[in-house]
Design a protein around this ligand. Structure first.
Ligand code: SF4
Ligand code: SF4
Ligand code: SF4
Length: 575
């Protein structure tokens, strides 16, 4: 029910029952928050969103205070501003103050609030902790000294991702966030998704940078350095340079990467098409030959580690296909190296991913051969922007360039891999063709699009009903797996799972500040490409066909199985 409330002397419309912060935001009234997470119940722990409500003796947290008819609110009274400033001063009392060396310098909510509320001197000298940063994991670094105990990481990990590998530990002024038994992230059940990193308002959680490795390789005249970029990168990296959200800068990015010194530039969407050829063939084989169903997609490395850790009994359900990153890495180190006459040991293969878990994936010992890895370094979208700035390249002044051959073509089916439902839609298009020999009458599969956590569809292909589900966010995946394993669901043949809510467009390596609107805009940009380009199916990618003819043989054949497929293993769940 709509009611009228008075905020700072002006009337606004609010909904009875909702919390004050929601009404304020809808009316364009900004109130700072540090612990609030869209879509989750308020915790009210940071108190920075306090406001004054007439009739209440104490200031109230707007994130948790319910609307009532006729309420009068002051969001910027002297009392409110002083309280917020005191909270920031207290948070900074035991802070290490090393902004200059901090990854979040210039993009830190605590730093911004200190600036906005004119904190110019230290009023409280707190006891500083001296925790050793945990850089044991492949993807994430934790620095508990910079933790302000907002709890966002803990809640994201447990309530959204269903992993719960971190929680508050210790007591009193020693409280901080840690893993079970305060062990390193590397032996915890962390799946490296990086959702805690994008949620963290400070530099207490950051991605592990591979920038130095890449810069060293570029500056090594002995090395031939190639780079590939995932579908969700080109429509989000522009945000780092103030360009419109969702603007596809793929041509400018190719030009920038060549200026930086990469010898070849490839689009991972090419190997997304290759993945569809392999995964689609695997699915059809499983359906026709009584293989393990439902088959799960395997391109999201956080999801793979999640199954290995929490649902090892479902490992046979995982497609054996490597992810597109690893498939392209494998053919770069073999086919491309052979064609160019380059010793694979002198070939440094870089990927740019919207994802922190891809760093962990690239380090998996089974993903390489003859003592060298498929992928040598993984940059996140954020690190790519840093690299472009480091090399002094003005992205917007460049002329667009295309990707290199032999992996230069991609369909839009490969491009929409970057959003939840994209892999499934690409697979449906090609599975239909593989099973019937004809293209789908309408290539757009609306039922699997959108940001909902679980989407399902029933498809009629050649008289057979195929049940598919699309899941994003591991908490949603956990629920679906539990119902499948309990025998409650036996109508599904193929399930796409993306670790991050909304898919790679919202990956843990994407530009910070991933509001829902921003994530939707990125996904919309991918679908716009699909709506306007003519090559919309993976099985019509001529360079993929050429790769099979000249090198791989056939999908799921001996050579492609050797290069493009992998295996998984059970891991101990330490929570
Ligand atoms: S977390 Fe923020 S305030 Fe703390 S050192 Fe880093 S940039 Fe500075
Ligand atoms: S990376 Fe993901 S799984 Fe690991 S602690 Fe962060 S949210 Fe949890
Ligand atoms: S690590 Fe970051 S997100 Fe987690 S409680 Fe500390 S400041 Fe908050």
């Amino acid at each position: 029910m709509s009611v009228t409330i008075n905020v700072n002397g002006r009337e606004i419309t609010a909904e009875k029952g909702e919390v004050l912060l929601t009404s304020l935001r809808r009316s364009g009234i900004h109130v700072p928050t540090l612990c609030n997470i869209d879509g989750l119940a308020p915790s009210g722990s940071c108190r920075i969103c306090v406001v004054e409500v007439e009739g209440q003796r104490a200031l109230v947290p707007s994130c948790a205070f319910p609307i009532f008819d006729g309420m009068k609110v002051q969001t910027n009274s002297q009392r409110v501003l002083q309280a917020r400033k005191a909270i920031i001063e207290l948070l900074l009392a035991d802070h290490p103050d090393d902004c200059f060396y901090c990854e979040r310098n210039g993009n830190c909510q605590l730093q911004s609030l200190a600036e906005q509320y004119c904190v110019r001197s230290r009023r409280y000298a707190g006891m500083k902790n001296s925790y050793l940063p945990d850089s044991s994991g492949e993807s994430i670094i934790r620095d508990a000294n910079k933790c302000i105990k907002c709890g966002k990481c803990v809640r994201v990990c447990e309530e959204i991702q269903g992993v719960a590998c971190i929680d508050f530990i210790n007591r009193g002024s020693h409280v901080t966030v840690g893993t079970a038994f305060d062990q390193g992230l590397n032996i915890s059940s962390c799946v490296n998704c990086g959702q805690c990193v994008v949620a963290c308002p400070t530099g207490a959680l950051i991605g592990k940078s591979h920038l130095n490795r890449v810069v060293n390789a570029i500056n090594n005249p002995e090395m031939h350095v190639v780079i590939q970029h995932a579908p969700a990168v080109s429509i989000s990296v522009g945000e780092e340079f103030g360009l419109p959200i969702g603007l596809d800068v793929i041509g400018l990015m190719h030009a920038a990467l060549r200026r930086i010194g990469f010898n070849s530039v490839f689009d991972t969407s090419f190997s997304a098409d290759l993945t569809i050829m392999e995964e689609g063939t695997e699915l059809v084989n499983r359906i026709q030959n009584g293989g393990v169903l439902p088959m799960f997609t395997s391109c999201s490395p956080g999801w793979i580690k999640f199954v290995e850790t929490f649902f090892p009994g479902n490992i046979p359900n995982l497609s054996t296909c490597k992810s597109p990153q690893q498939m392209l890495g494998a053919v770069i180190k073999t086919f491309y190296a052979e064609r160019k006459g380059i010793d694979p040991k002198k070939l440094f293969s870089v990927s740019v991913m919207p994802c922190t878990a891809k760093k962990f994936e690239a380090s998996r010992p089974e993903l390489g051969r003859d003592g060298y890895k498929d992928i040598d370094a993984v940059l996140t979208t954020r690190e790519l922007a840093q690299l472009i700035r480091m090399f002094g390249v003005d992205l917007t002044s460049l002329e667009p360039e295309t990707a290199d051959t032999p992996f230069g073509e991609r369909s839009t089916a490969g491009k929409i891999f970057g959003t939840s439902g994209g892999v499934m839609e690409a697979a449906i298009r090609s599975a239909h063709y593989l099973l019937t020999g004809t293209e789908l009458a309408d290539l757009t599969v609306e039922a699997v699009r959108g940001m909902e956590g679980v989407k399902e569809a029933k498809l009629n292909i050649n008289g057979m009903t195929v049940g598919v589900a699309v899941v994003n966010g591991l908490g949603n995946a956990r629920k679906l797996l539990e119902s499948i394993n309990a025998g409650e669901r036996n109508d599904l043949h193929f399930i796409e799972v993306m670790t991050c809510p909304g898919g790679c467009v919202n990956g843990g390596g994407q530009p910070y500040n991933t509001s829902r609107d921003r994530v939707i805009a990125r996904a919309t940009a991918l679908y716009s490409l699909d709506a306007t380009e003519s090559l919309r199916v993976s099985h019509q990618n001529q360079e993929v066909h050429q790769l099979y003819q000249e090198y791989l043989g056939e999908p799921n054949g001996e050579k492609s199985h050797h290069l493009l497929h992998t295996h998984y293993h059970q891991r101990e769940a330490l929570v």
